[in-house]
Design a protein around this ligand. Structure first.
Ligand code: UT7
Length: 329
């Protein structure tokens, strides 16, 4: 064991220009701005419209901005992990394409998929490479073009999701800050409530799967909602208890942005007041793997060295988890 911790030393996002508003969705499906805002908290989301652009393009844009911001040459990067549920292709890994597009030539790259918990799973995985002393510059990028798997005739899902990417740089520190601890959980029996029915080895693409609209996100909203609140609050409280942290010690709760009501209920159960809960779902919707780093990016100015952050997510799988980060910048 070393005393080295992995610190987040920079964060940078990429948002497509196109803004899909609730008013525009009202023209596409039987919904209303009032329903969307009161039931989800979402007012608009970004969509990657331009033909030929994919998850890796947003990821590469975020990574290029990150490298510029931190003043790091692409060839100094040791490892890049991309968390995504919307890879450009089934293979190769989108991480490889991001590295290629961002001019990263001396690193190795791979993807991780833990649905909406993917970013925090990738973050902790990356931190272990840094803590071990193996690598000094590791990038984690959460990127999803959710519009490529959302059915814009299904009002239950199309109002929720948006496209975005956001990347963080991890570097070693011995000052006691950085990624301190985590707790993760998985329950594969939950797959039935949130998945994509076809396109994998179980049901390869066919005319039938296309006719049945099985290449889109399938979600049973209510059970997912209940599990999300219970698991995000539960795992965060477990992590805090394990580390002797009380609600007043938590400077910021950084929750996955799936639904404003889930975020508020999680904060309430944890005893964290609203002013210390990061929220940006109104601007971007649920961007799956990008939600948590996008929160860090949006709130960066407010973060202080030594702040205790609890990052928490819940997603398809089911997967869930919480990470304790002591802000290092
Ligand atoms: O990030 C991965 C994890 N995902 C989540 O955490 C998502 C969790 N689930 C949710 O956020 C919510 O369950 C939804 C936003 C998906 C749905 O909200 P809800 O409050 O659970 O609505 P509901 O499914 O209970 O539906 C209530 C009513 C239904 O009508 P009836 O049967 O009561 O007449 C729906 O058909 O709202 C209707 N409805 C809509 N109405 C207008 C569903 N979607 C819409 C819509 N516009 N877009």
């Amino acid at each position: 064991m070393t005393n080295i911790k992995a610190a987040i030393t920079a964060v940078h996002g990429s948002l497509p220009e196109y803004v899909l508003t609730n008013a525009e969705l009202e023209k596409m499906v039987d919904t209303s701005d009032e329903w969307i805002t009161t039931r989800t908290g979402i007012r608009e989301r970004r969509i990657l419209k331009k033909n030929g652009l994919a998850t890796s393009d947003m990821g590469a844009d975020a990574v290029t901005g990150l490298l510029e911001k931190r003043g790091i040459n692409p060839n100094e990067v040791d490892l890049l992990i991309c968390s995504t549920v919307t890879p450009d292709m089934k293979f190769p890994a989108t991480a490889n394409l991001i590295s290629h597009k961002a001019g990263i030539r001396k690193a190795f790259s791979f993807d991780m998929n833990a649905a909406c918990s993917g970013f925090i799973y990738a973050l902790v995985t990356a931190s272990k490479y840094v803590e071990s002393g193996l690598y000094k510059k590791v990038i984690v990028v959460g990127s999803d073009k959710m519009s490529s798997i959302v059915d814009y005739t299904d009002r239950q899902t199309c109002v929720i999701f948006g496209d975005a990417a956001c990347a963080v740089m991890l570097e070693p520190t011995d000052g006691g800050n950085g990624i301190i601890d985590h707790k993760f959980g998985t329950d594969g029996s939950g797959y039935k409530h949130l998945h994509m029915k076809a396109g994998g080895s179980l049901k390869p693409p066919s005319y039938d799967t296309i006719d049945a609209r099985e290449h889109y996100v399938y979600q049973e909203g209510q059970p997912v909602f209940k599990f999300a609140v219970t698991k995000m609050a539960g795992v965060s409280l477990d992590l805090m208890e394990k580390n002797g942290l009380s609600a007043k010690d938590v400077s910021w709760l950084v929750p996955h942005q799936a639904n404003l009501r889930i975020i508020e209920a999680t904060g309430r159960r944890m005893g964290i007041p609203k002013e210390r809960v990061m929220i940006n779902i109104h601007k971007y919707g649920n961007t799956t793997n990008a939600t948590i780093p996008l929160c860090l990016w949006d709130y960066e100015e407010k973060l202080r060295k030594g702040d205790n952050l609890i990052l928490t997510a819940f997603g398809g799988g089911f997967t869930w988890g919480a990470v304790w980060v002591k802000w290092a910048c």
